[in-house]
Design a protein around this ligand. Structure first.
Ligand SMILES: *[C@@H]1O[C@H](CO)[C@@H](O)[C@H](O)[C@H]1NC(C)=O
Ligand SMILES: *[C@@H]1O[C@H](CO)[C@@H](O)[C@H](O)[C@H]1NC(C)=O
Length: 396
């Protein structure tokens, strides 16, 4: 499954060297941080008790004065040189341009060692996943910041003639009662829709984690509580009940987010939490023709601690809030291997809350409906796996 494929002449070898250096630094920092953490933990407890510093404040700066900074800076500089050189040769490569930009920004943030540590883990992790800067588009088509609940995006499997279509649905509560379609990005921004569908009142939905796929809206319905779809090609509705899915567990951000639809390179998914697993998330693969659940995976991540989640290449990524302007992809579950792990891929948020976050495999972007604003992010993934064991690249 390929979310991003570099061109055939892409200098993978050089990137591998950068990666190795990054891994080396990462481990070095990790060891140092672990040792320091123990020492500082004691110190922070003492000072916190004395009311001078909170463990959180101090904790962020744990590695500050103790890492082998000159050596790390030296290695980072070397990495940057490699990236610069690669960029000169392959200046159209957005991946490198962005990575380099990120490094520069981080280098300026040396007040505390945490950003530097963040930089190292970023480089390390970026080879598996990195999130670009938020692209803040516009306030929603209602021009109303009170329409905090909703979603926007593109069809993940567009029908012919609708490849460039965008959709938007927003409301003042976590419901879905209508949806607007726009020919392309410009008409979305100009709020010039070509279709406005009102859902039949018996088919109103809730929860904001709806998506459009194959010209069909997939959303959560409350009576009967379950999955619903509306095919705009035929205007036909269907619903399915998932008996064990619970109404009790929503995401941290907003109410009624019991079912979260997602689409990736491998098809259609829905996630939910169950009472039997005490609110841990379950991933279900949906068979598109029958609209039934094909297979399920039990994760160990507690849904109310998650802001939102999305799927890429059969892997679930869960996101939580770190601070006032940062969110973090903190957890992943690979349905192919049934392996789960905790990761840290931070990214910048624009407004405080968001009610809809979804990946779109047609453009590898993450779409977020962020307190009434259209926001998106570009994602990159590590797809050099095969190439690193393949013969060295040839320049043409
Ligand atoms: C929607 O309806 C069209 C026309 O019958 C059909 O070809 C398509 O598969 C349907 N899509 C979904 C997702 O049900
Ligand atoms: C990226 O791919 C390389 C090459 O197979 C692999 O060694 C490395 O572990 C991957 N990196 C991450 C962070 O997954």
């Amino acid at each position: 499954c390929d979310a991003f494929l570099p061109g055939s002449t892409f200098p993978l070898r050089d990137l591998v060297v950068v990666e190795q250096t990054a891994v080396e630094i990462y481990h070095k920092l990790e060891l140092e941080a672990a040792a320091l953490h123990q020492k500082l933990h004691h110190y922070l407890q003492v000072t916190a008790r004395a009311g001078t510093v909170s463990p959180e404040d101090g904790g962020q700066c744990i590695t500050r004065h103790h890492t082998d900074k000159p050596f790390i800076i030296f290695q980072v500089t070397a990495m940057e040189e490699t990236l610069t050189r690669l960029e000169k040769t392959y200046d159209k490569n957005v991946v490198l341009a962005t990575r380099r930009e990120y490094i520069k920004v981080q280098m300026q943030l040396e007040e505390c060692e945490r950003p530097l540590f963040g930089l190292i883990s970023f480089i390390f992790l970026s080879l598996s996943l990195c999130v670009g800067k938020p692209v803040v588009s516009h306030l929603n088509a209602h021009l109303n910041a009170g329409y905090k609940f909703g979603g926007w995006g593109r069809d993940s499997k567009p029908v012919p003639d609708r490849e460039s279509m965008y959709w938007y649905s927003g409301y003042t509560s976590s419901s879905i009662v209508d949806i607007r379609f726009y020919t392309n990005y410009n008409s979305l921004i100009l709020r010039n829709h070509f279709q406005h569908h009102n859902l039949h009142s018996g088919w109103y939905g809730t929860g904001n984690n709806f998506i459009i796929r194959d010209n069909t809206l997939y959303y959560q319905i409350n009576s009967p509580f379950g999955l619903a779809k509306l095919n705009f090609t035929t205007m036909r509705y269907e619903s399915r009940v998932i008996a064990k899915a619970s109404t009790r567990f929503s995401y941290a951000n907003s109410p009624n987010q019991n079912f979260d639809f997602a689409a990736d390179e491998t098809g259609l998914w829905v996630t939910y939490a169950t009472a039997e697993s005490s609110g841990r998330m379950v991933i279900a693969k949906i068979n598109e023709p029958s609209f039934g659940v094909e297979e399920e995976w039990q994760t160990s991540v507690f849904k109310p601690g998650v802001n939102n989640a999305f799927m890429v290449c059969g892997v679930l990524y869960a996101v939580r809030t770190v601070d006032i302007q940062t969110d973090e992809i903190f957890y992943k579950y690979d349905t192919r291997t049934r392996q789960e792990s905790y990761i840290s891929v931070p990214f910048v948020r624009f407004q405080e809350k968001y009610s809809n976050l979804d990946y779109n495999p047609t453009d590898q972007k993450l779409y977020m409906y962020n307190d009434g604003y259209y926001v998106n992010y570009h994602l990159w993934f590590n797809h050099t796996t095969k190439a690193t064991v393949a013969p060295p690249y040839r320049r043409t």
